[in-house]
Design a protein around this ligand. Structure first.
Ligand code: CMC
Length: 388
C-alpha cells in the first residue's frame, strides 16, 4: 500500500541535506566545505582538514594548536582494548579487528550516548580520531605477533601512526618526512566523499541515535567491501594476477565479457577522471623517488592507457578512481595489502564524524527507514508441518 519510488542503491534519491562536501562528478570537482581538494592536498595537513570538515572553517593557529592537543591527548587505548585485539586469531583481517574494536569503544565510553550534548560530541569525536591509528597499528602488530608500540605524543598524527606500525621491527626506524607527507596527503584525499556507502551506513545507523562508535563501526563494515574501500586491496591482487603488460589485452577482454571488473575503475558519481586519482599519481612519484618504483606501476600505467582508449570504458565513462593508484603507494610504504583499507578508514573517520554530527543536529532528519516494493506472497493459510 502507498506509493514508493523504486531506487535500488539510492542512485537518484537524496537521503539528507549536507554542507560538508561538494562533488561535481561530470567536471571532476571535489571540495570540502568549499575548498578544492587540490589546494587542501597541497597546503594543508590531515588534522587541519579534519578540523575543517568538523567545524566548517579552517582553524586559526591557536585553534589548530588546541585541536592537535585534544587529539594527541586521546591517542592511548584502554589496556582492555589491547586484550580484545589479542583475542583475535593470528590471521584475522585488520579491518575485522578495527570494526570490532571501534564498536567495542562504545562500551568503554558509555557517556558517548549523550549525543545531543555538543561538548560531549566534541570529546567523543576527538577520542575516535585520536584512537583510530592506534587501533589500526595494534591490529597490524597483532597479525605479525609483534609487541605493540604505544603512541609517542611528541610526533605528528601521521608520523605517530607510522612509528606505531614499524618502529620496533626496525629499531632505527625514523619515518622519512617525504613519506610522512605523502601519507598525510592520502589521508586528506580520503577524508570525506559525501554520501558514499560507508557514510550512508554511518548516517543510517546514527539516525537511530546510537553512540558514534557504534555508528562508525557500521561504517567500517561498509568500507570493508571490495566495491568500496576494499577496492585498493583488490587492485593490487589484480595487478599481481595480470603479472606482465603482455597479459593486459587478454585481461581487458575478460572484463568486457563480464568475467570480472577492472578494479579501481568506475565510480557512481565521477563520470570523469577522479580528481583524487590525479593527486595520488603525483604523490606516487614523490614516494617512488624515495622508495624506488613499485614494479606493478608499469602494469597499472599500461592498463590505464589501454582502458582509457577502449570503447567499452569510454562509452560507460569509466575512469581510474582513488583506489587505482593508492595501493601502489601503500605497498611502497611497506604496508601489507590487508592494511590498505585500514588506511582508508583512518582517513575517512573525520568525514564520517562530520556527517554524523551534522545528522544529529539536523532537526529535519528522521530515522532512516526506506520503503520497499513488496514482491512476495499475499495472505495465505498456515499449513501444519504434517501436511507440507
Ligand atoms: N569494470 C568493468 N565494468 C564496469 C566497472 C569496472 N570497474 N565499473 C562499472 N562497470 C560497468 C558496469 O558493468 C555497467 O555496465 P553495463 O551498463 O553494461 O551494465 C556500467 O559500467 C555502469 O556500472 P554500474 O555498476 O551501474 O555503476 P555503479 O555506479 O553502480 O558502481 C562502482 C560504481 C564503483 C561500484 C563500480 O564502478 C565498480 O564496481 N568499480 C570497481 C570497484 C572499485 O574500484 N570501487 C572503488 C570505488 S571508488 C572508492 C570508494 O568508493 O571506495
Amino acid at each position: 500500500p502507498g506509493l514508493a519510488t523504486y531506487d535500488p542503491g539510492f542512485v537518484n534519491t537524496a537521503s539528507c541535506r549536507s554542507a560538508v562536501t561538494y562533488i561535481d562528478g561530470d567536471a571532476g570537482i571535489l571540495e570540502y566545505r568549499g575548498y578544492p581538494i587540490e589546494q587542501l592536498a597541497e597546503h594543508s595537513t590531515f588534522l587541519e582538514v579534519a578540523y575543517l570538515l568538523l567545524n566548517g572553517e579552517l582553524p586559526t593557529a591557536a585553534e589548530l594548536e588546541q585541536w592537535t592537543h585534544d587529539i594527541t591527548y586521546h591517542t592511548f587505548l584502554h589496556e582492555n582494548v589491547k586484550q580484545l585485539i589479542e583475542g583475535f586469531r593470528y590471521d584475522a583481517h585488520p579491518m575485522g579487528m578495527l570494526m570490532a574494536s571501534v564498536s567495542a569503544l562504545s562500551t568503554f565510553y558509555p557517556d558517548a550516548r549523550e549525543i545531543h550534548d555538543a561538548d560531549n560530541r566534541k570529546l567523543q569525536i576527538a577520542r575516535l580520531i585520536a584512537k583510530m591509528p592506534t587501533l589500526g597499528a595494534f591490529a597490524y602488530r597483532h597479525q605479525l605477533g609483534k609487541p605493540y608500540v604505544y603512541p609517542d605524543n611528541r610526533l605528528s598524527y601521521t608520523e605517530n601512526f607510522l612509528a606505531m606500525l614499524f618502529k620496533m621491527s626496525e629499531p632505527s626506524y625514523q619515518a622519512d618526512p617525504r613519506l610522512v607527507k605523502a601519507l598525510d596527503i592520502l589521508l586528506i584525499l580520503h577524508a570525506d566523499h559525501e554520501q558514499n556507502c560507508s557514510t550512508n551506513a554511518v548516517r543510517s545507523v546514527g539516525s537511530s541515535e546510537v553512540d558514534p562508535y557504534s555508528a562508525v563501526g557500521a561504517g567500517i563494515g561498509a568500507l570493508f567491501g571490495p566495491l568500496h574501500g576494499g577496492a585498493n586491496e583488490a587492485v593490487l591482487a589484480m595487478l599481481r594476477r595480470i603479472g606482465t603488460t603482455d597479459n593486459i589485452p587478454g585481461f581487458i577482454e575478460g572484463v568486457k565479457a563480464g568475467k570480472e571488473k577492472l578494479m579501481g575503475f568506475g565510480h557512481r558519481v565521477y563520470k570523469n577522471y577522479d580528481p583524487r586519482a590525479k593527486i595520488i599519481k603525483k604523490a606516487a612519484d614523490d614516494v617512488f623517488a624515495v622508495t624506488g618504483v613499485n614494479p606493478l606501476l608499469e602494469i597499472a600505467l599500461e592498463l590505464e592507457k589501454i582502458a582509457l582508449e577502449d570503447e567499452y570504458f569510454v562509452k560507460r565513462k569509466l575512469y581510474p578512481n582513488v583506489d587505482f593508484y593508492s595501493g601502489l603507494i601503500y605497498e611502497a610504504l611497506q604496508f601489507p595489502p590487508e592494511m590498505f583499507t585500514v588506511l582508508f578508514a583512518i582517513g575517512r573517520t573525520p568525514g564520517w564524524l562530520a556527517q554524523w554530527s551534522e545528522l544529529v543536529q539536523d532537526k529535519e532528519q528522521k530515522i532512516a527507514r526506506p520503503k520497499q516494493i513488496y514482491t512476495g506472497h499475499r495472505t495465505r493459510e498456515f499449513t501444519p508441518i504434517s501436511e507440507r
